[in-house]
Design a protein around this ligand. Structure first.
Ligand SMILES: [Zn+2]
Length: 337
């Protein structure tokens, strides 16, 4: 047995928790933009307040049970925008997992949709919510929308959480001149090494491989680097291992400490997670060993001094009930698709 602080997932999409098992798209996507159009942009349109709540609650439960006590979430639900960030924050609070919320503003649904997304970020942050201003990605945003998000973030003294150069078609150059050190730049796969953007680059190794967008080799940037899952759960030890082996494929001299430092970058947004105590069924919790030890699991998770997970289950919420209600919500969501 050995202890670590709570782990942080620096980029998640909790709304994707109910996507697993969803009906296959009408035709098989053959490239990244088709994956967005045929899977994620159909799913996010089908979300309502109930499915947002249960996907967040299930995602938070899964995070907690893997020793992840803090999540940086990026949300989109074009037909249920207003109040959505508070629903996610409430669902995570009920499970006991911290969350930093952002609504991914986009012009995909016209100027009205963009305005509603901006308004939701403003409403949530003005009410004291923990978060950032979200942008989907430069290639789905008008320049005025990007400028408005940057201005709003400055006003709230937070960063902008935005997908950057995930695929080759992104118009990331539109972000130049707007960024600041507190921006959260997700992916950066197709960014040149000298790109002029300020902020933390958030690497999502498994998601990038899954979407066949290429390898960003984030160690080449002068920016700080953090580690996320892009919605594929919140098992950060597993993500660490995948990011390590992907980095080794690129450069066999990469050491696990490099990737472990990316994992630790999340404490910039969640310093309290350093005081959480996760007990593991393995010792010592050393990056070199963990890189080659699949299946290491938490035996207990303590957040803010309270044990929330022990003996394989949650102590404060009914995990079986959350799974059952989430399964019901998933059926409703899939029926819309
Ligand atoms: Zn993402």
């Amino acid at each position: 047995m050995d202890l670590t602080p709570g782990l942080v997932c620096s980029h998640h999409h909790l709304y994707s928790a109910l996507a697993r098992g969803m009906p296959a798209p009408p035709s098989t996507p053959t490239e990244f933009l088709e994956i967005l159009e045929q899977i994620w942009w159909r799913l996010d349109c089908a979300l309502d307040e109930d499915t947002i709540y249960w996907s967040a609650k299930l995602g938070a439960l899964e995070a907690l049970s893997r020793g992840c006590t803090s999540i940086v979430d990026h949300h989109e639900s074009p037909n249920a925008i207003e109040g959505s960030l508070s629903i996610i924050a409430d669902a995570c609070a009920e499970v006991g997992v911290r969350v930093n919320c952002a609504y991914g503003v986009t012009d995909r649904h016209g100027a009205t949709g963009a305005a509603a997304g901006l308004a939701e970020n403003d409403r949530y942050l003005s009410a004291g919510g923990r978060g950032m201003v979200g942008l989907h990605a430069a290639f789905t945003c008008e320049p005025d929308t990007i400028a408005a998000a940057a201005e709003m973030a400055r006003r709230h003294e937070v960063g902008v959480h935005v997908h950057v150069a995930e695929g080759p078609a992104d118009t990331w150059q539109l972000l130049q001149g707007h960024t600041a050190p507190n921006w959260w730049l997700v992916h950066g796969v197709h960014l040149p090494t000298e790109h002029g953007l300020e902020g933390t680059i958030v690497h999502n190794a498994r998601s990038n491989m899954n979407n066949a967008v290429g390898y960003g080799a984030p160690m080449r940037f002068s920016n700080p680097v953090a580690l996320g899952t892009d919605g594929i759960g919140a098992d950060m030890l597993d993500e660490f291992r995948v990011a390590f082996v992907r980095a080794r494929e690129h450069d066999v001299t990469t050491t696990p400490d490099v990737i472990w430092n990316w994992l630790q970058k999340g404490y910039d947004l969640f310093p309290e997670a350093l005081s959480d105590r996760v007990a593991w069924d393995y010792e010592p919790m050393d990056p070199w060993r963990l890189a080659y030890s699949p299946g290491v699991s938490p035996t207990s998770v303590e957040v803010d001094g309270v044990v929330l997970f022990e003996n394989g289950t949650t102590t404060q919420v009914d995990a079986a009930e959350i799974r059952a209600k989430s399964a019901e919500a998933a059926q409703k969501l899939w029926a819309k698709l």
